[in-house]
Design a protein around this ligand. Structure first.
Ligand code: FES
Length: 333
């Protein structure tokens, strides 16, 4: 193993096994490094290599700019050390979730079809999982070792029964050929987690806007439930965008939650049909509903185009960029 030190205010050294990415090694030791996609596509995990060497696949300049690459930045999720090394993290690394990453085993409790091409899967896990509301885990697809990422929809207060919302990807290795095909009660599953920086900021008590596209609702459900556990009167405006009524799920759940929590407002939005909830994209509906979002915070999760449009809508209504948290879901084949 190589020892890798992260230098800065809080110097920490961890051992990195041969072939183990830097990010994996640090998170397993409960040392936070910024991270989001764990796939080399978002650039969130960039760190500067101050000494030592790593092996890593070539990185596109759209993920890590040419200047950064020339200045020794590497992606922690893709780089495995080939010597002892020192790294530096460019952002304040003291603030992120520190729940140690680990391998998890569990048993499927229930698989239910909740909307068109959409399943809710609950998994009982052998050892409760500490995580922050908004984080995700990776499922190991049996037989292939391939990993697929799904956010927890349950709040952290239910650490032993994880809930996931899974949309079918046509011909998808994980969805079509495994989860939708055969996954059922009692099946064992292997996972690892938790991952991700898209988490409920518990320091802030600003009123919250939650913008979800499709199964991007999952982490927002965890965040909303967590926020309401802490403050049952919290002001939360949830917009759930889908194309058709048949894609919408958890409607009764949110309606009855809103009956019990006067600060919660639930607004389903259909982009391709009328007759239920609001018609249009979540970002447009949000802009219609508010003259100003100054002093609000927002959490957005869904397909990239929806997230980008939602961020624009928040900024157009004067929300501060610092208060906008986002996670993009890109379907993996
Ligand atoms: Fe996204 Fe590493 S590039 S976490």
């Amino acid at each position: 193993a190589h020892s890798v030190t992260v230098v800065g205010s809080d110097t920490r050294t961890v051992d990195c096994a041969p072939g183990q990415p830097l990010l994996d090694a640090f998170l397993r030791h409960g040392v936070y490094l910024p991270n989001s996609c764990n796939q080399g596509t978002c650039g969130t995990c960039k760190v500067r290599l101050c000494s030592g060497s790593v092996s890593a696949p070539e990185v596109s300049e759209t993920v890590l700019g040419a200047d950064d690459q020339a200045n020794g930045y590497v992606l922690a999720c893709q780089s495995t050390p080939t010597s002892d090394a020192q790294i530096e993290v460019p952002v304040d690394a003291g603030s992120g979730p520190r729940h140690p990453l680990r391998d998890l085993t569990g048993t499927v409790h229930e698989v239910s079809e909740i909307a068109h091409d959409t399943l809710a899967v609950t998994v009982g896990i052998d050892e409760p999982l500490e995580f922050s509301a908004g984080q995700y885990i990776e499922f190991v697809v049996p037989g292939s070792g391939t990993l697929r990422q799904y956010s927890m929809a349950n709040p952290p207060s239910r650490p032993d029964r994880l809930e996931f919302h899974i949309r079918r990807v046509p011909d998808g290795l994980a969805t079509d050929r495994w989860i939708f095909d055969s996954l059922a009660h009692g099946h064992p599953v292997e996972m690892r987690g938790p991952w991700g920086d898209f988490v409920h900021d518990t320091e802030s008590d600003a009123p919250m806007i939650l913008l979800a596209g499709g199964t991007g609702l999952a982490p927002l459900k965890s965040i909303a439930l967590h926020a309401l556990e802490r403050d049952p009167d919290r002001e939360i405006h949830l917009y759930h965008g889908v194309r058709h009524r048949s894609d919408l799920y958890d409607v009764e759940f949110w309606q009855s939650l809103a009956d019990r929590h006067p600060g919660l407002r639930y607004t389903p939005c259909l982009s391709r049909e009328e007759g239920f909830g609001r018609h249009g994209y979540v970002g447009d509906v949000l802009v219609d509903d508010f003259d100003s979002l100054r002093g609000f915070s927002a959490y957005l999760c869904g397909p990239p185009a929806m997230v980008d449009a939602g961020v624009k809508a928040c900024k157009r209504r004067r929300m501060s960029g610092r208060n906008i948290h986002r996670e993009k879901y890109t379907p993996a084949p």
